[in-house]
Ligand binder design. Structure first.
Ligand SMILES: [Zn+2]
Ligand SMILES: [Zn+2]
Length: 585
């Protein structure tokens, strides 16, 4: 029989998704010899040898039958001389870096794993059950290529049973890097004891207590969302009077508290499992869950831990991100226990490290389309292709609600939600997250560091430091121009008139810009118009206290000082502040 041999390079999301076991199985099915291995750049290299017709069949299966989480970007095929090799092998990963692909996001537990934890299996009741089709990726991977020794699972050597499944090419957990079981895997504790921690947590929640729950890529503060006293107490302890709380509810509970359209169900049930902003059912929830709003953000359970917990609960839970005001979400056990003492009554924790924190994503269906309000868990680190030239770029973003982006090799990868970078903790998180995203994408050092034009932002000073470190060019970008450019990029528009209404942004003339109108033509963005300037009483403070802005507009409209003072007093502004504002006008 005539034999042929091919070398394939497959790029896309092909690591950490059961791709190599899949290749192994289809190679066996077609009686082909050869090998498959992960390359350091997240691509996969395959060599196959055998009957040419079987090779064709293999290529068809590769394209059409790949695992659910895999996304094939490109397959390059090269004919090489046959070697007479027998058998097909999965060879150890090659270290290195490049630009071919991406690590997948964290994905909600799959139906088969849910069946395992509620069925008569060795995973019964195990909170961290996962397989090649589900579970954490982005938040446990330290660097490429994706293999257990480069994840936080390296702290948990596999037991004999797990190893047997891990090495069985026909098993769903073949080469599942996050495989773990009650014998060898990460352990849950409730207030330090591992005696039925989930039942204890459920009992505490039912009795109206507040519990910190460390999950897959982050930590939540939870309480019974239908218990007015518990929700009110949580608000008081957190010092967050008005910010809406996100909820978690099962598919059975959810219709009792919110109206859910078909599109919203699809989004809620997708493996990304974002928080979806839904219409509240009137009277179903205490006002304190989302004060003054008729909407509520809800997500479905997305880990084994959540499913096991809700098996013992009949009400939705408040599941708000566990952080001190203005600080990033807490992920280390010692800090969770220290900084949340006085806020929570109990701690449901585990001993697996979270390598990269990743907040829940928030999505709202608007005009039939899913609009991302916060793009984080379930989406990051997915990127998109765009040609911005050869120079690798690090785009830092401004100050509040920051996410950054990396560009290299014709691909942009956006970071998880970082937060408002105006304190040391969040700045440290930004630095960690840049290092992590560069390691797991294999991004080279930046040649360009883009930053906001505002000279006072921490990110502006950091951009100058990074530029000096990497001998890169720091490129300031005006705030509203950056917003416009991102929309142009998203929709591939070469020409446009852009109206950017985003409040305060530092302008190219050194003044504060507000609503801006731009012309986009011939690769240039020109400011064509603007809202009439008014004073900003108190500078940045005016952006956070709208009454100050209203006073400025009243003043500009010729309203008398005494009337403006009355207006401010009626909005519960203290007399001292009223005096200051009048003076600033
Ligand atoms: Zn699974
Ligand atoms: Zn095990």
């Amino acid at each position: 029989m005539e034999r042929e041999r091919r070398r394939l390079i497959v790029t896309g999301v092909v690591q950490g998704v059961g791709f190599r076991p899949f290749v192994y199985r289809i190679a066996h099915a077609h009686g082909l010899a050869g090998s498959v291995c992960n390359r350091g750049d997240a691509g996969v290299e395959i060599e196959i040898e055998g009957d040419p017709q079987e090779i064709e069949g293999f290529l068809t299966d590769l394209r059409e039958k790949h695992p659910p989480l895999a996304r094939i970007g490109a397959i390059s095929v090269e004919e090489i001389p046959p070697t007479g090799e027998a058998g097909f092998r999965i060879v150890p990963s090659k270290d290195g870096a490049g630009s071919a692909g991406a690590i997948p996001p964290d994905i909600a537990i799959c139906d088969e794993c849910i069946a395992d934890i509620f069925g008569d299996t060795r995973y019964r009741g195990y909170w961290a059950t996962s397989c090649t089709n589900c579970g954490p990726r982005f938040t446990v991977i330290e660097s490429l290529p994706y293999d257990r020794p480069r994840t936080s699972m390296r702290d948990f050597p596999m037991c004999a049973d797990c190893r047997a499944e891990y090495t069985d090419p026909l098993d769903r957990r073949y080469h599942a890097q996050t495989i773990a079981c009650p014998r060898c895997g990460p352990r849950l504790t409730f207030d330090g004891t591992d005696d039925d921690p989930i039942a204890r947590a459920a009992a505490a929640l039912k009795s109206g207590e507040i519990v910190a729950i460390k999950g897959i890529g982050g930590t939540h503060i939870a309480c019974d969302a239908t218990n007015v006293d518990a929700v009110t107490e949580l608000r008081a302890r957190l010092g967050r009077p008005g910010q809406p709380f996100a909820l978690m509810a099962t598919e059975e509970i959810l219709p009792r508290i919110a109206e859910v359209t078909e599109e919203e169900w699809a989004l809620l049930r997708s493996p990304r499992r974002p928080i979806v902003v839904l219409r509240q059912r009137p009277g179903a929830l205490p006002e304190q869950v989302a004060p003054g709003l008729h909407t509520v953000g809800v997500m479905l359970p997305y880990s084994g831990l959540h499913h096991l917990l809700f098996a013992q609960l009949e009400t939705p839970l408040v599941m708000t991100s566990a952080n001190r005001p203005g600080s990033p979400m807490l992920i280390e056990n010692t800090r969770i226990e220290h900084e949340l003492s006085g806020i929570v009554d109990h701690f449901l924790l585990h001993d697996r490290r979270i390598v990269a924190r990743c907040d829940d994503s928030v999505v709202r269906i608007s005009g039939g389309n899913a609009k991302l309000l916060r793009r984080s868990r379930g989406y990051v680190p997915e990127g998109f292709r765009i040609d911005l030239g050869n120079a690798p770029i690090l785009a830092l973003g401004p100050e509040s609600d920051l996410a950054f982006a990396l560009y290299f090799g014709g691909r942009v990868t956006m970071s998880q939600h970082i937060g408002t970078v105006d304190d040391l903790d969040t700045f440290a998180f930004l630095q960690e997250a840049i290092g992590h995203l560069r390691r797991i994408t294999g991004a080279p050092p930046p040649r360009i560091v883009a930053h906001d034009l505002h000279p006072g932002f921490i990110t502006t000073r950091y951009a100058a430091e990074l530029a000096a470190l990497h001998r890169a060019r720091a490129v300031p970008v005006q705030h509203h121009v950056a917003h416009l450019a991102s929309v142009l990029g998203e929709h591939g528009l070469p020409e446009a008139v852009g109206v950017v209404l985003d409040g305060y942004g530092y302008g190219t003339d050194g003044t504060a810009w507000g609503g801006e109108i731009f012309m986009v033509q011939d690769g240039k963005i020109v400011r064509a118009g603007t809202l009439s300037p008014v004073r900003l009483p108190g500078g940045d403070l005016a952006a956070r206290k709208p009454a100050r802005m209203a006073a400025a507009y009243l003043h500009a409209a010729g309203v008398k000082q005494e009337e403006i003072a009355e207006f401010l007093r009626a909005r519960e502004m203290e007399e001292v502040e009223v005096e200051v504002v009048l003076h600033q006008l």
